[in-house]
Design a protein around this ligand. Structure first.
Ligand code: TYD
Length: 211
């Protein structure tokens, strides 16, 4: 039902170090300059309650190690808050929402192709947000070795996933690639392309949806 209304949800996905934040920043500038309106938000987070849950999920405290299903439940709890308080009402008003990460992050980072975890995720997610999904997903694809190189150049790591190794990200990337193969809403872009060229391509596919 919600997917049939005028409002649109566009998500950005990619492994850490794919340049997602830079591209979202460039898109935000373009929206401002061209007087287009959109709500920019992120997951986990986007509301006061969900941002609180984000702190738990991304805690770098080495003693904190959630069970896989607990982590999925926490992400879904944050998503439900975000969905009920922001995404659903704004979409119903016809707004465009640009979200830094959404459902595909949970499949790629938490499930990583594990069938039992996927089953658990789909069942629980369905009971909360039904079959709601983005109208368009911008996936920034990059080999993990290159992404890790970019992350290591940063002065500080910002969350616990920034500290994972290449093997972890190879699996995350593999899951993203297979999601893109099976879902037409996911458009995959080469994240190694020049920043401005990539920004133009992303802009084109977003404008084709909202203008
Ligand atoms: P991101 O916004 O890319 O981090 P940063 O603040 O460093 O720019 O995303 C935060 C982290 O959350 C990212 O490492 C992936 C993780 N994440 C999941 O593991 N599963 C999810 O479902 C979501 C939404 C995020």
């Amino acid at each position: 039902m919600l997917n049939k209304v005028k409002g649109k949800l566009i998500s950005f996905e990619g492994i850490d170090g794919s340049g997602k934040s830079t591209q979202i920043k460039l898109l935000k500038e373009f929206f401002n300059e061209s007087k287009r309106k959109a709500i920019f938000t992120r997951e986990p987070g986007g509301t006061v309650e969900a941002e609180l849950i984000r702190r738990l999920i991304l805690s770098k405290n080495k003693k904190v190690n959630f069970e896989n299903k607990t982590e999925i439940l926490l992400l879904l709890a944050a998503r439900y808050e975000h969905f009920k308080k922001l995404i659903e009402p704004e979409i119903l008003k016809g707004k465009t929402i640009i979200c830094d990460r959404f459902i595909d992050s949970t499949l790629a980072y938490q499930c990583r192709g594990n069938i039992e975890l996927e089953k658990f995720y789909f069942k629980t997610s369905k009971s909360l947000i039904k079959n709601f999904e983005p109208n368009l997903t911008i996936l920034l694809d990059i080999p993990p070795s290159r992404a890790l190189h970019r992350i290591n150049k940063r002065k500080t790591t910002t969350n616990k996933y920034d500290e994972k190794d290449e093997y972890f990200f190879l699996n995350v990337r593999k899951t993203y690639t297979s999601l893109a193969k099976n879902n037409l809403r996911i458009k995959k872009f080469n994240a190694l392309e020049k920043k401005s060229i990539l920004a133009d391509k992303i802009k084109k596919s977003i404008l084709a949806l909202i203008d």
